[in-house]
Write a protein that binds this ligand. Structure first.
Ligand code: PLO
Length: 511
């Protein structure tokens, strides 16, 4: 017993000394490190982070004690949290390349076959080449082409028809929105679409939820990879979901390879296959150097597909939630649309220039509920600095977009949903009321789908609001505003009624 107690005491003293030594290491001398949360060996600052709050709120609250740039130990990883736009811009833009790295984690490695994608892959020549290739493929099918507007409008029309059949009955709009958004990405990536009740679509909804619930949310296995040896329900669900996703992606790839003709490129997967083939045929060493494999193509399509579906549908759901909480905003959007678009035609992308209030509402939704409140962590690729603080190589840098978007030095009453903050006194759209606004990130890791997302959000919302009044069903509470933290800030399920507006009673709503 005495020996045991003595051992425990020695261990405790040892831990304490190491912890004091580590803290000293980061704060002594002329070098200035960001203020650090207390930390213990092995577990790091876990005890100070084990709070019931979601991480973006917790990290935002910790500013009161530690200032807007601080650090902590996550297991053995040194993490720096950035909560203000000056530092965020330095990391993402001024020193974008220095901070372009990504951490490897257990869950993202499972999702991406050891980082063979774009979003979670570390900075490397392969990644650079790969991203460029995807960027040009997206441009080919993206903004500026009439094809994309047609695809989104077709899905918006089909969505409105579905809403009309469900008229005035309370229902969960989420799967309908997700199907509409999925069909846009599906058309772009695979040149196909899903009808209501399609089995493959249902299975996709299922596996994607399994992934969103388990990947990249700083769960314990991501902090302590050795925990993998123990049974872990989340990891099992993730592995199972990834297997189903991979079967789907593999099937699409095989179909595309079988029908491939370099003269007719129908979709993004064709474009990626063509780029890979021409690289292989080209005797230059690029293909060898950058090592673009079938896995890379699959994982990239997985990224575009996953990001395209989960992020855009989440923004649309947040937009609905806020329109239900603020019916006066919904009314104003409709009044503007009635005057500027009318009922004789459907909204078009060119209306983005005139529907200022709707554009401002979308901007405000992206501010108040950023889809990715902590972005994806960055990693310092060499010793560097942020402001006056030293940042060592390998440090993980978390940009807390939530803090930027809710900074009361930058935004008047940041908790209020107020689209007008994005308008000037004449009701014209103001593009940058504050520098503290980066809903798509910035710099070399900026979201690849920004243009596509903005087109979709605008068209889907304008089509819906031109035709329907959205209301909370009688007797239901208002939808939750907090959301559920994960790789995206998810919206909790809620019901809505979509009532056809009177003017449409005698008009075909799909025109
Ligand atoms: C969403 C679930 C899918 O099944 C897989 C997937 C792929 C890419 C991820 C996306 C998920 C979530 C949102 C991410 C996107 C890449 C970029 C995007 C993380 C996990 C953001 C918001 O950065």
């Amino acid at each position: 017993m005495i020996v045991w107690l003595g051992g425990a005491l020695l261990l405790a003293i040892g831990l304490l000394l190491i912890s004091i030594w580590r803290r000293g290491l980061r704060s002594h001398g002329c070098a200035k490190y960001p203020k650090s949360l207390p930390s213990l060996p092995v577990i790091g600052s876990l005890l100070h982070l084990g709070n019931h709050l979601p991480p973006h709120i917790l990290f935002s609250n910790l500013q009161k004690k530690y200032g807007s740039l601080y650090s902590f130990m996550m297991g053995s990883h040194y993490v720096v949290v950035v909560n203000n736009h000056e530092d965020a811009r330095e990391v993402l833009l001024k020193k974008g390349k220095t901070f372009a790295g990504r951490p490897r984690t257990v869950t993202t490695d499972i999702l991406t076959r050891d980082a063979k994608d774009i979003a979670f892959a570390d900075y490397s020549p392969t990644w650079k080449f790969h991203r460029k290739m995807v960027h040009s493929a997206l441009c080919m099918f993206g903004e500026g082409t009439p094809a994309i507007e047609q695809i989104i409008s077709r899905e918006a029309a089909s969505l409105c028809q579905t809403l009309n059949t469900l008229q005035a009955d309370p229902f969960n709009m989420a799967p309908e929105l997700t199907r509409a958004v999925t069909n846009v990405v599906c058309s772009l990536c695979f040149n196909t679409r899903y009808s209501r009740g399609d089995e493959e679509f249902e299975s996709m909804l299922n596996y994607s939820q399994g992934i969103v619930d388990t990947v990249a949310k700083d769960s314990l296995v991501d902090i302590f990879p050795w925990l993998q040896i123990f049974p872990n329900k989340d990891l099992d669900l993730l592995r199972k979901s990834v297997i189903i996703r991979d079967q789907l992606l593999q099937k699409k790839l095989k179909e595309h390879e079988a029908n491939f003709c370099s003269e007719t490129i129908n979709d993004l997967l064709d474009a990626l296959l063509k780029a890979k083939l021409s690289m292989e045929n080209n005797n230059s060493n690029i293909s060898h150097d950058v090592g673009l494999t079938e896995d890379h193509i699959l994982m990239t399509v997985g990224d575009i597909f996953g990001a395209g579906v989960e992020t855009t549908s989440t923004v649309l759901k947040w937009a609905l939630v806020y329109l239900l909480h603020y019916p006066e905003v919904q009314k104003k959007i409709q009044e503007e649309m009635d005057v500027k678009v009318g009922f004789g035609r459907h909204p078009m992308l060119s209306d983005r220039k005139i529907l200022h209030y709707l554009e401002a509402t979308i901007a405000e939704v992206l501010r108040i509920r950023p889809v990715s409140p902590l972005l994806i962590p960055h990693v310092a690729m060499k010793d560097t600095s942020i402001g006056e603080y030293i940042i060592p190589k390998e440090a993980r840098v978390v940009i807390n977009l939530w803090s930027l978007h809710h900074d009361d030095k930058e935004w008047v009453h940041p908790e209020d949903f107020n689209p007008e903050r994005f308008l000037d006194e004449n009701g014209q759209r103001v593009y940058s009321p504050s520098q503290s606004y980066l809903p798509f990130g910035a710099g070399i890791r900026v979201c690849l789908g920004e243009a596509l997302a903005k087109m979709e959000i605008f068209l889907f919302l304008s089509w819906i609001l031109q035709r329907f009044i959205l209301e909370v069903p009688d007797g239901d509470p208002l939808p939750d505003l907090e959301g559920k933290f994960g790789v995206v800030l998810q919206v909790k399920p809620f019901k809505v009624t979509a009532k056809l507006r009177d003017v449409w009673k005698n008009i075909d709503i799909a025109t």
